[in-house]
Design a binder for this molecule. Structure first.
Ligand code: PEP
Ligand code: MG
Length: 577
């Protein structure tokens, strides 16, 4: 008899295959008190296990394909860094000495201490890093127990792995061994395993409790990564249904690949600009994997976070020049730093207590204008990078025109400094701003007159318009890109751009969601900046749309104030394909 079960679909796609239930030994440590004479040899035993764990991870790194993208390798590097961090090494050795205990117990104590540190973090993404601590502890515990973490003798090819949890290294190895998909009992959509599965394109379901009791090794299993449904021992009818979906998915993926390099032109001949969003110059590789296009949003915060301080001009310049060169003539839109709220560096924390509501506090341009001496190196570096290819400078979080005037004056000062020193830069570098504070959207005409382009940051525009904290799970249910107030602000911004004859893009997540592509086209949006893996899907919708028809339909939608009617009419636009 078939069993239908469901978890959280975190990586889209259908997999059909034989279940491989992975039951791993629970390595729980118990405390053993050692005589003084054995302390040194226990420390040695721990060091040997640490070295073994390190070697295992290096072996995995060497085994996986050479063209594995950097953002995937980083998951293994994170574990290697943790293994080499004194917090693990010295912390555990101190425990052995202080408590005269065995290495397993000392390591478990240290692991719990580190997990608590991550648990107390406010940022939900950073909280998920405690999984990394647990995975690293488990790897060393296995080495101490003499148990192999990854059994390379088992062939996982074409199988669906059902397990409690997977480490990022397991996930990468499984992709290397061509697993069809996986189900884990634990984890959520923000876990590293889920992020990796998405990046690697493996259909996956997480949080399917008791999966290992309900599914047995060798049984046929279907997993639907779109909905989170799994069917164990499916009947012929289900198999036929899912095989058909799988076939159409393959056809769709192959079809999308044929769009690489093609212009995004609508059926009635309107050229739409389609760029990608990046966090680091290395991400340009990922954009190029899908399409040869420019960057509509380069979030520079990662550079600050990596260094944990304001970078100097040379570091800024080196990084931006690398990005410009990698783009080989395609435009690069560099957004000045947007620290504060959910992204922070140590030096702010040192300045005193955290702001009561960081999302509304000294964030982004507010912070830069308070510390112009720290902001100037970034402005100088962006200008200098513009001598090497098309660069646009974008200002985040503007609230009023006074802020804009101050930034423009600082940019002017930076230009004069470079001119005096005869350092090259693009004198006509386009200066633009993100429209993401409702006040700026309501007064957008005035901003448009002073700028060369605008970009709508829907992530913040929605959070501020609907008064909901975008990182607070409790109010996530209010998040609604289709709220009439949000649509009105987007529409006002697009129209202000047309009136001032300057381009308006959208770089928030709404632009990457194909549910909204047609709505936005109908509203007159001509420039989308999206996540790398959404480039071709958004392009597919654009080239299959007729603007004129959409404009008529969308004008009517924008007169509607009933959310469920808006939603169903936007869905009808999607179904037009
Ligand atoms: C936005 O707010 O939509 C945006 C693109 O910026 P960030 O997500 O970096 O705040
Ligand atoms: Mg923003």
């Amino acid at each position: 008899m078939s069993i239908y079960i469901s978890g959280i679909g975190v990586s889209r796609g259908i997999a059909i295959g034989e279940a491989y239930v992975l039951v791993r030994e629970q390595l729980s440590a118990s405390q053993i008190i050692l005589p003084d004479s054995e302390i040194n040899s226990e420390i040695n035993r721990f060091k040997i296990a640490l070295a073994q764990a390190n070697k295992q991870l290096h072996d995995i790194k060497n085994k996986i394909a050479k063209d594995t993208p950097d953002d995937i390798l980083v998951f293994i590097d994170t574990h290697l860094l943790m293994l080499e961090d004194p917090a693990f090494d010295e912390g555990t050795i101190n425990n052995i000495k202080e408590h005269s205990c065995n290495a397993e117990w000392a390591l478990q104590m240290q692991g719990e201490r580190l997990v608590q540190v991550f648990d107390e973090m406010e940022d939900p993404y950073l909280r998920t890093r405690k999984d990394d601590v647990l995975h690293v502890v488990k790897r060393i515990q296995s080495a101490l127990a003499g148990v192999e973490e990854n059994n390379d003798n088992i062939s996982y090819k074409g199988k669906i792995i059902v397990t409690d949890d997977l480490t990022p290294a397991d996930t990468i190895m499984m992709q290397h061994q061509k697993v069809a998909g996986f189900i884990t009992e634990f984890g959520g959509p923000l876990s590293h395993t889920a992020i990796l599965a998405r990046n690697l394109g493996i259909p996956a379901i997480v949080g399917l409790h008791h999966a290992r009791h309900l599914i047995h090794r060798g049984e046929t299993l279907i997993i639907d990564g779109f909905t989170g449904a799994a069917i164990n021992r499916p009947d012929e009818k289900s198999l036929k249904f899912y095989r058909a979906i799988k076939r159409s998915e393959t056809i769709k993926r192959n079809l999308l690949k044929t769009l690489t390099g093609k212009p995004a032109i609508t059926l009635d001949n309107k050229q739409i600009t389609l760029h990608g969003n990046i966090d680091r110059p290395a991400d340009i590789k990922l954009i190029k994997k899908y399409d040869d296009t420019g960057v509509g949003l380069y979030r520079t915060e990662m550079l600050f976070i990596k260094l944990n301080q304001w970078p100097d001009q040379a570091t800024h310049f080196k990084t931006y020049k690398r990005a410009v060169k990698a783009l080989n003539g395609k435009p690069l839109t560099i957004r000045t730093m947007d620290l504060g709220a959910d992204k922070e560096i140590q030096d702010t924390i040192d300045q005193g207590p955290m702001a009561h509501n960081p999302a509304m506090g000294l964030r982004a341009i507010r912070r830069c204008l308070k510390e112009p001496q720290n902001f100037m190196p970034q402005l100088l570096a962006i200008l200098r990078a513009s001598a090497y290819g098309p660069v646009r400078l974008m200002i985040p979080m503007l609230t009023n025109l006074e802020e804009l005037d101050q930034v423009l004056a600082l940019i002017e000062e930076a230009k004069q400094r470079l001119q005096k020193k005869k350092i090259a830069f693009d004198k006509n570098i386009p200066i633009g701003a993100m429209i993401e504070v409702p006040a700026a959207a309501l007064a957008v005409d005035a901003f448009a007159k002073k700028l060369d382009f605008l970009s709508i940051g829907t992530n913040d525009l929605i959070q501020y318009t609907l008064a909901l904290d975008r990182i607070d799970d409790e109010v996530n249910y209010l998040f609604d890109p289709l709220h009439p107030a949000v649509l009105k602000l987007i529409q006002m911004t697009i129209q202000a751009g047309k009136q001032a004859n300057i381009p308006v893009s959208m770089c928030g997540e709404m632009a990457s969601d194909t549910q909204y592509t047609r709505l936005l086209l109908g509203m007159g949006l001509e420039y989308f900046s999206v996540q790398a893996n959404a480039l071709l899907e958004v392009k597919h919708i654009i080239i299959n749309s007729t603007l004129k028809n959409l404009q008529l339909e969308v004008n009517e939608i924008l007169q509607t104030y009933n959310s469920s009617e808006i939603r169903s009419r936007v869905q009808q636009l999607v179904n037009l394909l």
